[in-house]
Design a protein around this ligand. Structure first.
Ligand code: Q0N
Length: 329
């Protein structure tokens, strides 16, 4: 997927952004909106001399939206966009010796004041069309696939693993990107290699596992387990590597609670669903009688009460402060 084909201006909506958020994305002077994700928005800077959208950079803006049970909730979580952006920036630094990243600037003047703290100007890359997932522990869709096939994305696993089990070694379980509202499809490593070529496939596989391993080393010092993570890579033709091939660059966000499962190490116990660091209050309330919501109804969940919003905001800040050792804000 080329940057040109991946992103079309808002005036010509793609099937993805035709389905996306109920509310129109905010107008940002000097930028044109190009894409809405579930919780993030992409804008292209407008060149001041030509009035055209710039081809080499994008503004990645994190909103305060939250998803649970495959729904975007009606209630925003205040500061969530800032917390996740600042956490991602911190991880990019921790990973800098493993892989270069797409960040150009996280500050004014490149980042407008209206989205300060929750936006980054990034290099526009030719995205590798694969969601690169690394798993250190078994849960979620990986567990479901294991129970049906004894393997995940073509990787055979030993018998007897439970929800939350530590895997014998971290595994690469890529998926193909599906439009919003559809589920991503599991792929084997061989399918990735057929799609992008063996050199890039082997590189993104090894990089995904290395990012997961570094993430777990750092998280372990803070009493946190990193069960799994999704990363996205792009190619930067303007930065050829030693062999003259485009450099592989880490894009998107990295090692945030939206892209990864963080579990408190102290309460880890295979054989049951683990406590989710960030979404547990929301899930518990939505599935409690208090919400009046029936998950199997297909109906959208109700707005969250203020105390659940506040408890969730505190968990996101706690995750940031525990992992980074910094104070948020
Ligand atoms: C890009 N996505 C999918 C926004 C991010 N550096 C880049 N260059 C070109 N394209 C992209 C990036 C980045 N990052 C990535 N779409 C375009 C990831 N989305 C998910 C929704 O929020």
């Amino acid at each position: 997927m080329s940057p040109e084909s991946a992103l079309s201006p808002e005036s010509a909506p793609s099937p993805e952004n035709a389905l996306s958020p109920e509310s129109a994305p905010a107008e940002l002077p000097g930028f044109v909106h190009v894409y809405s994700g579930k919780v993030r928005e992409l804008y292209a800077p407008v060149d001041r001399s030509t009035g055209e959208a710039t081809q080499d950079a994008l503004l990645l803006v994190a909103t305060d939206r939250m998803s649970a049970y495959d729904f975007i909730l009606d209630s925003d979580i205040p500061d969530k966009g800032k917390v996740l952006t600042q956490l991602s920036l911190w991880w990019f630094d921790q990973l800098a010796d493993i892989i270069p990243n797409h960040v150009i600037s996280s500050q004014a003047p490149e980042v407008p004041d209206a989205v300060a703290g929750r936006a980054v100007l990034v290099r526009r890359l030719d995205m590798v069309p694969v969601e690169c997932i690394g798993r250190a522990y078994l849960t979620g869709s990986g567990l479901a696939e294991y129970r049906e096939t004894s393997s995940v994305c073509g990787v055979p696993l030993p018998a007897g693993l439970q929800d939350g089990s530590l895997l014998p070694a971290p595994i690469f379980t890529p998926t193909s990107k599906a439009p919003i509202g559809q589920h991503d499809q599991p792929m084997t490593y061989d399918e990735v290699a057929a799609l992008v070529g063996t050199p890039i496939a082997a590189n993104v596989r090894d990089l995904t596992i290395a990012i997961l391993a570094r993430g777990n080393e750092i998280a372990a010092e803070r009493g946190i387990l990193l069960a799994d993570t999704k990363v996205e890579f792009g190619l930067d033709a303007s930065r050829p590597d030693a062999s003259g091939n485009p450099a592989i660059v880490l894009a998107d966000e990295v090692l945030t609670p939206d892209s990864s499962r963080f579990w408190p190490a102290a309460s880890w116990e295979p054989g049951r669903a683990q406590e989710s660091y960030d979404k547990q209050f929301v899930r518990d309330w939505l599935t409690s009688p208090a919400s009046g919501w029936d998950r199997s109804s297909g109906e959208a969940p109700p707005a969250l009460p203020d105390h659940i919003v506040e408890a969730t905001r505190s968990k996101y800040i706690e995750a940031f402060e525990t992992l980074t050792g910094r104070t948020f804000g």
